[in-house]
Design a protein around this ligand. Structure first.
Ligand code: F6P
Length: 506
């Protein structure tokens, strides 16, 4: 097990030596610290100088990464090996953003032609919707698109559409319905014109209860107004792996945008699940998003472990989770357009690494994935940051911001960035009793770690890199913890019980 490894034990011993470490002192004493503990890769800069680490910690964390064969596992994932062993599946969201020229084999088939054929289908369809060439059943162009899906079939495209809002068409409104609460679909349909509304039914399995129920409601709503089954072909498309279920629902498989079982739900925004992004922001923006993610894939595959961003972020997370007993981790994007990023990351991280069995089916004897939470800055400052600064729990934080705003209105962007810098500084430097005028309530313990990630601009390319950075970080942690990050059996029991409860109430 992980905690039997010499590299793990060396970190345990070293942790005891870090008890009185003051990172603020280290920052003051060593002007080189920021340079040593930051990386800039083509404009994406990551500052990890405000962490509870010394050179020795960093070395030992990298030793642990090596001992867990990160590079070998990474290569196996990219090569299409079935590393999702509990479901006997490959894990190939990376192939979705790779160039067509390099074959990726799954079960003897090169999957790249299929990927590019689907991209072509997405391009052609989204362009028709955006130009108005695609007509609804009564001959009118589409004005509203409603994506019905949940989990990865909702959070990814919803977050990206929000993040790329400045790039999105103002002529077509793209809405998202996920919840089985009738309020969600009812409110989405409230002001829609059935003649100009397109429904995207997004579901990998096409069996998910919430999505299927909401899709049936949408179908009834459309037919109640247009009164002809033939209207479905002009107003419904499906994004799925399950052709049979799509046909059974009444959607012509010609209007289905396929993907394969080697795309996990929480990694699916790069697949046809991204159709709403293509419609909202345009296909070229979607392509730039894929290219950004591919650039991060290349970095992850080629950089040495000690200069590899996903590996560094992952190992810092392991440091706090396994050696400082940190239960939680906060993600704090200083960007209104990234307001949904924490919710997306929550699924990505908690559904991937919220596991207690190792790959061999043994109960682990060490901590795995943390509780992930967060919200956009500065809103969070006026809500939960109190606990980050003075609470009794250590909460490592990630601050994320774009250096350039899309908007030059007023002084807001300058103030936004100043606030972010101030928060990471306050967390690490704290305030001693003397500086707090002897008032213990105004004391800040400090020594609270954070990473700062800066993008040049929140554009499709840099957003793609950011998302892939987190995907690979979570992958690396899953390997360290020897768990399968790609199944999600923990969601099943509740689903089964809900069906039984429903049946017993009928
Ligand atoms: O219940 C969890 C889950 O399976 C997620 O992993 C997935 O993203 C979501 O449900 C939706 O699944 P589907 O795309 O098959 O409707």
């Amino acid at each position: 097990m992980l905690n039997d490894l010499a590299a793990f034990k060396a970190l345990q011993t070293h942790r005891a030596e870090c008890e009185n470490l003051s990172v603020h002192d280290l920052l003051v004493q060593n002007p080189q610290r920021l340079q040593t503990y930051s990386l800039e890769i083509e404009g994406l800069s990551v500052d990890f100088s405000k962490h509870l680490i010394t050179d020795q910690t960093f070395r030992l964390l990298m030793d642990l990464a090596k001992a867990c064969n990160i590079e070998d596992w990474r290569n196996r994932m990219f090569a299409g090996e079935k590393i999702n062993h509990t479901e006997n599946r490959a894990v190939l969201h990376t192939a979705l953003r790779a160039p067509a020229s390099r074959p990726v084999m799954v079960d003897g088939e090169d999957v790249m032609p299929f990927i590019y054929q689907t991209l072509e289908q997405m391009k052609s369809f989204s362009e028709k919707i955006r130009s108005g060439a695609w007509k609804g059943y009564t001959g009118k162009s589409i004005k509203t698109v409603i994506n019905i899906g949940i989990g990865g079939s909702d959070l990814g495209p919803r977050m990206v559409c929000e993040a790329l809002w400045p790039y999105c068409s103002r002529d077509i409104e793209v809405k998202f319905v996920a919840n089985i609460d009738p309020a969600d679909i009812s409110q989405a349909l409230q002001d829609c014109n059935p003649e100009t509304t397109l429904f995207i039914i997004a579901s990998k399995t096409f069996t998910t209860q919430e999505t299927m129920e909401n899709a049936q409601t949408a179908k009834r709503w459309l037919l109640a107004h247009l009164k002809d089954e033939r209207a479905i072909a002009r107003h419904f498309v499906a994004l799925s792996t399950n052709t049979q279920a799509v046909a059974a629902f009444g959607i012509d498989p010609a209007h289905m945008f396929p993907f394969r079982d080697w795309v996990g739900g929480r990694f699916s925004l790069w697949s046809s699940i991204g159709l709403s992004i293509c419609i909202a922001a345009g296909f070229s923006r979607f392509r730039a998003l894929l290219d950004g993610a591919h650039a991060m894939d290349n970095h992850f595959c080629s950089a040495p472990l000690s200069a590899n961003l996903p590996v560094i972020l992952a190992m810092l997370g392991v440091w706090y989770r396994n050696f400082w007993e940190a239960q939680t981790y906060a993600v704090l994007p200083y960007s209104q357009n990234l307001a949904l990023f924490p919710a997306w990351l929550q699924q990505l991280d908690m559904e991937s690494n919220g596991k207690g069995m190792d790959r061999e089916g043994r109960q682990v004897s060490y901590n795995t994935g943390p509780v992930v939470f967060g919200s956009s800055g500065t809103n969070g400052q006026h809500a939960f940051y109190q606990l980050l600064h003075q609470g009794t729990t250590l909460v490592p934080c990630d601050f994320i911001a774009a250096l350039e705003s899309h908007y030059s209105i007023g002084e807001q962007h300058k103030i936004l960035l100043a606030n972010m810098k101030a928060q990471s500084q306050a967390l690490i430097q704290g305030r001693a009793l003397k500086e707090a005028d002897g008032n213990p309530h105004r004391v800040f313990p400090g020594n609270r770690p954070s990473t700062t990630i800066l993008l040049p601009k929140l554009d499709p390319f840099h957003l793609g890199r950011l998302l892939a950075l987190y995907e690979h970080k979570i992958f690396v942690q899953g390997i360290i913890w020897n768990i399968n990050s790609f199944d999600q059996f923990g969601v099943e029991l509740g689903k089964e019980l809900a069906i039984k409860i429903l049946a017993s109430e009928e």
